[in-house]
Design a protein around this ligand. Structure first.
Ligand SMILES: [Mg+2]
Length: 369
């Protein structure tokens, strides 16, 4: 390497906890805030941003284990940094906190590299397209009819997003009657033309999931996410074989081996991948290629602004999730976020990196670490 090789001069990590705007729950968990662990990687005047919606403990892994592997190294060698980081967490265990931490650093390094090279990130990644289809995602089980109508109605009728997802599987599948009412309610709210997705977050048993699909057949549900636990590959396959909706899972994938097992088991019609968990952009692209090798599309899970550029760069991406919590938080903390109006994220062809900038003053009140 020459003496003027751009290097990672500095890497820091901050933790922000942002309360939800209303009580939220899905089929199997409830929450009142989201934690964003933000990594900033600097090379000269260029600053790359990456983040994960993981535990605050991710910050300790980054500060104690990952930072020294990266700082002082090339700002261009993203694969080398990824390899060093994944090797370093062998005994800690990659799936979980360490995987989220690695993802946040990898995202920051890719953004930094693009800014150093003064290229839009999606172009650096191959630039398959400059747009990404999105679906609106929320519809929490805690919502009243009015809250559901406001949220889904806004997406479909005001923003022209042609597909939306709601949570079902309430109370670990112990309130199927309300699940079915809410599916019908969602269909009435969005009308006949928009696609309706549901996500049970693993709350049902196998046969129960098949019965819910049959009982809601007249609502034309297009996508059935985690009808059973994503650990139950045979169960996902069984449900998939019995329903007309596409079955999806994959949000807990932390490496490509997991992705290969899920896809090869015939467990899903569309593989979900989360760039803030699976290993950042480096592993997300490899994972999308694994899915493609088995004839499957992928869908970006949550964190829409972390996914926009890599989703645009891979040809087998079906859509990205415009998740209410994360879209809201990213709008609160960053300038330059994507706009889902029309159901497509449009990426600027002339802005280096992701184009995102941290709004420090607006973020500071939420900082917890
Ligand atoms: Mg899900």
């Amino acid at each position: 390497m020459s003496g003027d090789e751009p290097r990672v001069d500095e890497l820091d990590v901050r933790v922000y906890a942002v309360p939800t705007d209303a009580p939220e729950a899905d089929g199997t968990i409830a929450w009142s805030q989201s934690t964003l662990v933000l990594v900033r990687a600097r090379c000269g005047q260029a600053m790359g941003l990456g983040w994960t919606y993981g535990a605050p403990a991710c910050a300790a892994v980054i500060a104690d284990t990952l930072r020294d592997l990266v700082v002082g190294g090339s700002a261009l060698d993203t694969t080398a940094h990824f390899t060093a980081m994944t090797r370093a967490v062998r005994n800690v265990g990659r799936a979980g906190v360490a995987g989220c931490a690695i993802s946040a650093v990898d995202l920051a390094l890719w953004d930094l590299k693009a800014r150093v090279l003064e290229a839009p990130l999606f172009r650096l990644l191959g630039g398959a397209d400059s747009t990404v289809p999105v679906y609106g995602s929320g519809g929490f089980t805690t919502y009243s009819h009015e809250q559901l109508a406001d949220q889904l109605g806004h997406w479909v009728h005001e923003q022209d997003i042609p597909r939306v997802k709601i949570k079902i599987g309430q109370s670990w599948g112990h309130d199927v009657g309300r699940d079915l009412e809410r599916i019908a309610d969602a269909r009435r709210i969005i009308g006949d033309d928009a696609e309706l997705f549901v996500d049970a977050n693993g709350g049902y048993t196998r046969k129960q999931a098949v019965r819910v699909a049959a009982a809601s057949a007249d609502q034309d549900v297009h996508w059935f996410e985690e009808p059973v636990s994503s650990d139950d590959l045979a169960g996902l396959r069984e449900v998939r074989d019995a329903v007309t909706a596409d079955v999806a899972a994959g949000e807990y994938a932390f490496d490509i081996a997991y992705v290969q097992r899920m896809c090869a088991a015939g467990a899903v019609d569309c593989m979900q991948l989360d760039v803030t968990r699976v290993g950042g952009i480096t592993e997300w692209m490899r994972a999308a290629a694994v899915a493609a090798s088995l004839g499957l599309d992928v869908s970006a899970h949550c964190a829409p602004n972390a996914h926009a550029h890599v989703a645009a760069a891979m040809p087998n991406v079906r859509h990205a999730e415009w998740f209410h919590d994360h879209a809201r938080i990213e709008e609160m903390l960053f300038d330059g976020v994507a706009d889902p109006t029309g159901g497509l994220l449009h990426l600027a062809a002339d802005t280096p990196g992701t184009g995102l900038m941290l709004r420090e003053n607006d973020a500071e009140p939420y900082r917890v670490g």
